[in-house]
Every structure is written in C-alpha cells, then in structure tokens.
Design a protein around this ligand. Structure first.
Ligand code: HEC
Ligand code: HEC
Ligand code: HEC
Ligand code: HEC
Ligand code: HEC
Ligand code: HEC
Ligand code: HEC
Length: 369
C-alpha cells in the first residue's frame, strides 16, 4: 500500500471510531407523533382472550405530569423506539421493551433494591411493588404537595392494612394520619415537620398560591417580607407577623402539622424488623424529629417549596394545641397535629368552633375510645 492509501485508511478509521463514540443524533421523535395515534381516546388493543386494554395517553394530563413539565419525551422512557416506520402496520416494535425508571432515578433504584419489596419480588411474590406499581407512570405528580394521608392512600394503603398490625401502638389512627409510614419504616431518612394552612370555611387546604395572592406576595417576595432579620428562617416573632398578616386578610385557617420524611431516595428502603418502635424517639422533648419545621406553600405545578421555621414556633402562644392528652403528655407533642393559629376560630361562630373543639373527641370516638 502506498503512503497515500494508508493516510486515507487512517482518516476513514478515525471517522468511524469518532462516529461510534459520538453517534450522530437521530432526530428525536416528537411526542406529538406518538400522540397522533396514542392521543386517540378510543385506541385499544385486543388481547387473545377477547378483552381490550386502552393504549390511550391523555396528552393534557401527560403534559401536566412531573415528566411532561420537565420535557421528558415518550421515547426517553420508551427508549427502544428509535424510529417510526409507517410502512408497517404498527410503526414500532411490539411488544415495546420494559421501561427502566432507574435509567434516570438510579439512587431510588439502589435504595429500592435493599427494600422488603425488592426482597419479596426476588422470592417471587408478584404482588410486591416495583416503581410503577406505586407511582403512576404517565401522570406522576410532584409528591411534596400531598398530605401524609394522600400519600399513604396513593402508596402503602393500597396493599397494606396497618391497623391489623402495630398492636403495640396506641392511637393508631392518629399516628397513621400524622406520621408517614416511611418515617418509621425507612428509619435512616431525615424527618421534618411540615405545616400547611387548612381553611376551616371550605374545609380544604389552602394552596401556597392562594395564600400569596391574599398577601399580595410571590414565592420570591414571601421571605423578603417576613424574614426581616434575613437569616433564612422564620423565627417566632416573624412567624407571628405572618399570622397577623393572614388575620388582616381574614383568612380563617389553622396550621396543620405532620411528621414526614425528607423526599430523598432512601425512603424506598422500606425495612422489616428495623422500624422505629421506641415511643421516646418521638415523644420526648429532645427528639430530633422536631428540629426541622417548615411552612409549605404548594405551587400550581405541584411543587411545594418549604420555608424553614424555628422549632419554637410549635410552642408559641399563637399556635395552641387542643388535644387534652393523658397525664403522660409531653409538651412538644401537644403541638403536632392540628395547630390553631388564627383568631378565626373565635369569629367562625358556633358550629365551626364546636367542630374544631370536638375534633379530638370525634377522633377518639372513631378510634373506639
Ligand atoms: C416516565 C416514563 C414514561 C414516559 C415519559 C412515557 N411512558 Fe408510556 N409507559 C411507561 C410505563 C412504565 C408503561 C407501562 C409498561 C408496562 O406496563 O410494562 C407505559 C405504557 C405505555 C403504553 C401502553 C398502555 C398503557 O398505558 O399501559 C402506551 C401506549 C404508552 N406508554 C405510550 C406513551 C406515550 C405516547 C408517551 C408520550 C406521550 C409515553 N408513553 C411516555 C412509561 C412512560
Ligand atoms: C401509527 C400509529 C402509531 C404511532 C405513531 C405510535 N404507535 Fe405505539 N402503538 C400503535 C399500535 C397500533 C399499538 C398496538 C400494538 C399491538 O397490537 O400490540 C401500539 C402500542 C404501543 C405500546 C404498547 C405496546 C405493548 O407492548 O403492548 C407502547 C408503549 C407504544 N405503542 C408507544 C408508542 C410511542 C412511545 C410512540 C412514539 C414514539 C408510538 N407508540 C407511536 C400505534 C402507534
Ligand atoms: C412501595 C411504594 C414505592 C415504590 C415501589 C417506589 N416508590 Fe418512589 N416513592 C414512594 C414514596 C412513598 C415516596 C416518598 C413520598 C414522600 O416522602 O413524600 C417516593 C418518592 C419517589 C421519588 C421522589 C423522591 C426522590 O427520591 O427524589 C422518586 C423520584 C421516586 N419515588 C421514584 C421511584 C423509582 C424510580 C422507583 C423504582 C426503583 C420507585 N420510586 C419505587 C413510593 C414508592
Ligand atoms: C428520562 C429520564 C427519566 C425517566 C426514565 C424517569 N424519570 Fe422520573 N423524573 C425525571 C425528571 C427530570 C424529574 C423531575 C425532577 C425534579 O424536578 O426535581 C422526575 C421526577 C419524578 C418524580 C417526582 C419526584 C418529586 O420530586 O416529587 C417521580 C415520582 C418520578 N420521577 C418517578 C418516575 C418513575 C416511576 C419512572 C418510571 C416509570 C420515571 N420516573 C422515569 C426523569 C425521568
Ligand atoms: C402493590 C402493593 C404494595 C404496596 C403499594 C406497598 N407494599 Fe409493602 N409489601 C407488599 C408485599 C406483597 C409485601 C411482601 C409480603 C410478603 O413477603 O409476604 C410487602 C412487604 C412489606 C413490609 C414487610 C412486611 C412483611 O410481612 O414482610 C413492610 C414493612 C411494607 N411492605 C411496608 C410498606 C410501606 C411503608 C409501603 C408504602 C411506602 C408499602 N409497603 C407499599 C405489597 C405492597
Ligand atoms: C410509629 C412507627 C410506625 C409507623 C408510623 C408505621 N409503622 Fe408499620 N411497623 C412499625 C414497627 C415497629 C413494626 C414491627 C416490625 C418491624 O420492626 O419492622 C411494624 C410493622 C409493619 C408491618 C408488618 C411487618 C410484619 O412483621 O409483618 C407492615 C406491613 C407495616 N408495618 C406497614 C406500615 C404502613 C403501611 C404504615 C403507614 C400507614 C406503617 N406501617 C406505619 C412501626 C411503624
Ligand atoms: C415516629 C414518631 C412517633 C413514635 C415512634 C410514636 N409516636 Fe405517638 N405520636 C407521634 C405524633 C407525631 C403524634 C401526633 C400528635 C397529634 O396529632 O397531636 C403522636 C400521637 C400520639 C398520641 C395521641 C396524642 C393525641 O393527642 O391524640 C399518643 C397517646 C401517642 N402518640 C403515644 C405513643 C406511644 C405510647 C408510642 C410508643 C408505643 C408512640 N406514641 C410512638 C409520633 C410518634
């Protein structure tokens, strides 16, 4: 071979290896192409047994999902579909390959692998959940916007009946309503208390946007307005100013406190035999589980910014608790659960006041005490 030929061969080899390292980007398939077919509500597939399953994906709901909001494409998850060939009856492979959520969520995958659920699945327990038995796959929402009860209904309570176990735990209903399952069952995850505003008139949680609108503020100006000493935390007097501002706007609401885990991958490491059982872990003045307290202002997108609040707010006189606990009561504990803040109760009038004041009573009745 002449030197010239070698040179050409070299150039060709180089381009080939370059092409292999940097694949020429295939033109991404737009979601709209998939939705041309799958956006039709009548689209179904017939199974051999005569039953049909829907192949419809609701474009609006998909767009509003956390993945839609973050511009994740259909083919980011259905990654085996790299082209659509319209000469074929179905323009892509069938069956479509299994979706690996862990391609993007690898830390969640690792924590999940160490959970009771992965262990049960490995033993062939088909009912044990994988990612998308718990999470919705096309319409997944941001999770922080939900209350403990909403999250538990969405997740654990679909398969478990916790009132059947936990015989050692008094006030089961109260615990399950205000303490996330994973607080005890994923003991290594950080915990915090979050406070949201519950409107007594409409009997609904107020969204962050509603609260900000009432105060004439935005997510950016909220802390600027109330965190006057600029330390990034609302201390007691700053919190009181917030409460007073709400009162001026005639917001009749209470603070609803819950104990929840931090939203981190380790929540997936659901354990057996290592769950928190010792009452003192929580029912003690020193419990670190009350160190982090946040005010939650949910966004229309489902995101839920957490604004740090000093722990002492839980005991401040604006935030009065109304459970008469037994003699064993611990001050701090009093505070969790429903926290009354606003003078609203006094204005609200007979019926409502009675309703509120009897919440503990009614709760107890439900628990059969
Ligand atoms: C976050 C990942 C993800 C995204 C993004 C996604 N899918 Fe899926 N899709 C899944 C999973 C998981 C399944 C269930 C597969 C299974 O059951 O094996 C699925 C199932 C389907 C099915 C079968 C019917 C059904 O609902 O179970 C269709 C059709 C489908 N997807 C189309 C789409 C289209 C069209 C888009 C874009 C608009 C899309 N997918 C975006 C994860 C995703
Ligand atoms: C020309 C119409 C058409 C287009 C465009 C189309 N599909 Fe499909 N798709 C179908 C049909 C038809 C089926 C049912 C195949 C069968 O009978 O099993 C199907 C089935 C599926 C399934 C379920 C397959 C299974 O394993 O049961 C998924 C997931 C899917 N499509 C995703 C997509 C995605 C993602 C896109 C865009 C990249 C897309 N489709 C574009 C027609 C289409
Ligand atoms: C047993 C039900 C269950 C299974 C299975 C499950 N999740 Fe979760 N997931 C949850 C719960 C509960 C939360 C936390 C909610 C909270 O603490 O507010 C969560 C939170 C998340 C979050 C947000 C928190 C974070 O880590 O950033 C992501 C992302 C997530 N899951 C992805 C996955 C993936 C991927 C898989 C599969 C490997 C999976 N989940 C399996 C129940 C489940
Ligand atoms: C192509 C990458 C990709 C894939 C694949 C993927 N996700 Fe996601 N997921 C994201 C991104 C990006 C976000 C938004 C993260 C954020 O805003 O903090 C997200 C957010 C989430 C959240 C919300 C977490 C929160 O902060 O509340 C959940 C739950 C979730 N994904 C579950 C899943 C599940 C279940 C699957 C598989 C069916 C999956 N994801 C597949 C990229 C992906
Ligand atoms: C889709 C159904 C499903 C969901 C959702 C689910 N689990 Fe499970 N869970 C199972 C199955 C099945 C097992 C295995 C039971 C066995 O091994 O016999 C299991 C096992 C467990 C165990 C161990 C108990 C035992 O007997 O081995 C705990 C603790 C647990 N789950 C807690 C949770 C929590 C907390 C959540 C919510 C974050 C949750 N599970 C969501 C189905 C589910
Ligand atoms: C106050 C802490 C706490 C809370 C809250 C809690 N658990 Fe448990 N749970 C435990 C302890 C401790 C056990 C005993 C087994 C262990 O040590 O893991 C247990 C046992 C279980 C078991 C049975 C395990 C077995 O031995 O068969 C399941 C399933 C379970 N819990 C699910 C849940 C679900 C679902 C929720 C939320 C609704 C929840 N738990 C809330 C502490 C808690
Ligand atoms: C993971 C933390 C945690 C553990 C562990 C725990 N608790 Fe609780 N407990 C709470 C929280 C939070 C509340 C909610 C208080 C409220 O809503 O007023 C609560 C409520 C209660 C209440 C009812 C208070 C009321 O006003 O209705 C009693 C009684 C109680 N716990 C006793 C116990 C006992 C006894 C144990 C041990 C067997 C225990 N708890 C374990 C966190 C915990």
């Amino acid at each position: 071979m002449t030197g010239q030929k070698w040179k050409w061969l070299f150039v060709i080899m180089m381009s080939l290896s370059l092409a292999l390292t940097f694949p020429i980007p295939s033109f991404a398939i737009e979601n709209s192409e998939c939705l041309d077919c799958h956006g039709d509500p009548d689209m179904v597939k017939e199974l051999p047994n005569g039953k049909t399953i829907s192949l419809y994906v609701n474009p609006k709901k998909f767009k509003a999902s956390v993945h839609g909001q973050n511009d994740i494409a259909c083919t980011d998850c259905h990654s085996d579909i790299t082209e659509l060939n319209y000469d074929k009856e179905v323009p892509h492979p069938v069956p479509v390959a299994f979706v690996n959520c862990t391609d993007c969520h690898d830390e969640e995958g690792t924590a999940y692998e160490e959970s009771v659920h992965a262990a049960a699945r490995a033993k062939g327990v088909k009912k044990a959940p994988i990612c998308y038995n718990c999470h919705d796959y096309h319409y997944t929402k941001y999770l922080y916007g939900d209350t403990v009860v909403q999250l538990e209904n969405k997740f654990c309570l679909r398969c478990h009946h916790p009132e059947k176990y936990h015989k050692w735990l008094p006030q089961k209903k109260t615990h399950f309503e205000y303490v996330m399952c994973a607080v005890c069952h994923a003991p290594n995850v950080g915990k915090h208390i979050h406070l949201r505003l519950y409107d007594l008139m409409s009997e609904k949680f107020l969204s962050g946007q509603e609260i900000l609108n009432k105060l004439g503020l935005t997510y950016d100006t909220f802390m600027k307005r109330f965190d006057t000493n600029k330390d990034g935390v609302l201390d007691i007097s700053e919190f009181h100013r917030f409460v007073r501002a709400l009162r001026v706007e005639k917001v009749r609401a209470i603070f609803w406190g819950e104990m929840t885990d931090n939203l981190e991958p380790l929540v997936h490491k659901v354990t057996k035999g290592r769950a928190i059982k010792n009452c003192k872990t929580c029912h003690s003045i020193k419990s670190p589980f009350f160190d982090k307290v946040y005010l939650v202002l949910t966004k229309p997108t489902g995101q839920a910014p957490h604004y740090p609040v000093k722990r002492g707010v839980l005991q401040s006189f604006y935030v009065t608790h109304f459970y008469a606990l037994d003699a064993t009561r611990v001050r701090l504990l009093d505070i969790i659960g429903l926290l009354i803040v606003l003078g609203g109760v006094a204005f609200a009038g007979g019926h409502l006041t009675l309703r509120i004041l009897t919440i503990p009573l009614r709760r107890r009745r439900r628990e059969g005490r």
